[in-house]
Design a protein around this ligand. Structure first.
Ligand code: RIB
Length: 298
């Protein structure tokens, strides 16, 4: 079984569904309110575990009731959580999410996730061994930047491939870019990371490394020769796109660790993401391998 190390955020999502946005100073009636398990790190860990990877998660929760539930949820999803830290006097991470016509807007409050500083990483030999024994490292941007940089550096030193999902977007140095195996921004994140640059130019510059996800338009990368567009799977009734990007990244990691080509990885990730948006909540719709259509074509 492939081993994936996910380093990232673990949060609770507070989700309101609405038909329209309130005006400043105004009040409207919402449709529904739900709480879900979330955090880009935890979501990606769960996505990969459901698809059959052996997943270990590094991160932090607060010493509150949410933290207990978040850890319990990781366990229920077969994600290793023994090295998740419990931070005293910090609230667990949370996200306030508004869902409108299937699309979402997210306000993320880091809480304990912010306390996962570089010192928390690789504190003992066991954690260093876990990195060395991993087939891939998966990381996002809901942790302090210094932690992410240390992780990418250590992974590179140990020749462990890194899938970096830069969400939410932050600027990236050329040096860090060299250490990353794959970078997977969506279109909005791409624009924030590479202001004024066209997607096609950057895909060519970072061929076989940069993969831009384009929602309904699929995903693109450059194979060293040409731009490859892998179309999205059309879904008639989209319920909630929250976590679709996380499902894409978790599934991509699984396919990559199994030795699939880049195009096959993106195709498989697109399929998993398409399945995931048919249920509400980031993790509820994440598929297991049997839920992915046309498996033989993956
Ligand atoms: O990518 C979706 C996730 O981002 C949500 O689950 C929420 O926690 C936010 O941080």
């Amino acid at each position: 079984m492939s081993k994936l190390l996910v380093v990232g955020s673990i949060s609770t999502d507070f989700v309101v569904e609405t038909k329209r946005e309130p005006k400043v100073g105004g009040t409207i009636f919402g449709e529904t309110f739900e709480t879900h398990f979330g955090g880009k790190g935890a979501n990606q860990a769960v996505a990969a575990a459901r698809l059959g990877a052996e997943v270990e998660m590094f991160g932090a929760v607060g010493s509150d009731v949410f933290g207990e539930r978040l850890l319990d949820n990781l366990k229920k999803n077969a994600v290793g959580s023994n090295h998740v830290q419990i931070i005293k006097d910090a609230p667990s991470g949370s996200a306030v999410i508004t869902v409108m016509n299937g699309d979402n807007m997210i306000i993320y409050v880091a809480g304990a996730n912010d306390a996962y500083t570089p010192d928390c990483l690789f504190q003992n030999q066991q954690q260093i061994d876990m990195l060395k024994q991993s087939d891939m490292v998966l990381v996002q941007n809901e942790l302090p930047q210094a932690t992410i940089e240390k992780l990418i550096d250590q992974s590179y030193q140990n020749r462990i491939p890194v899938l970096y999902n830069p969400a939410p977007a932050r600027k990236l140095t050329e040096e860090l870019m060299k250490f990353i195996t794959f970078l997977t921004p969506n279109e909005t994140e791409f624009q924030e990371m590479f202001p004024g640059q066209s997607i096609s130019n950057m895909l060519e510059k970072y061929s076989n490394k940069l993969i831009v996800t384009l929602g309904q338009n699929g995903a693109q990368f450059h194979d060293g020769d040409k731009i490859v567009t892998v179309p999205a799977i059309e879904i008639e009734h989209v319920v909630d796109t929250t976590g679709a990007g996380d499902t894409f990244n978790g599934a991509f990691a699984v396919a990559y660790m199994e030795g699939q080509t880049l195009e096959e990885c993106v195709r498989f990730a697109n399929k998993a993401a398409a399945v995931s948006i048919q249920k509400s909540g980031a993790q509820n719709g994440m598929p297991s391998i049997e839920d992915i259509p046309n498996l033989c074509n993956r």
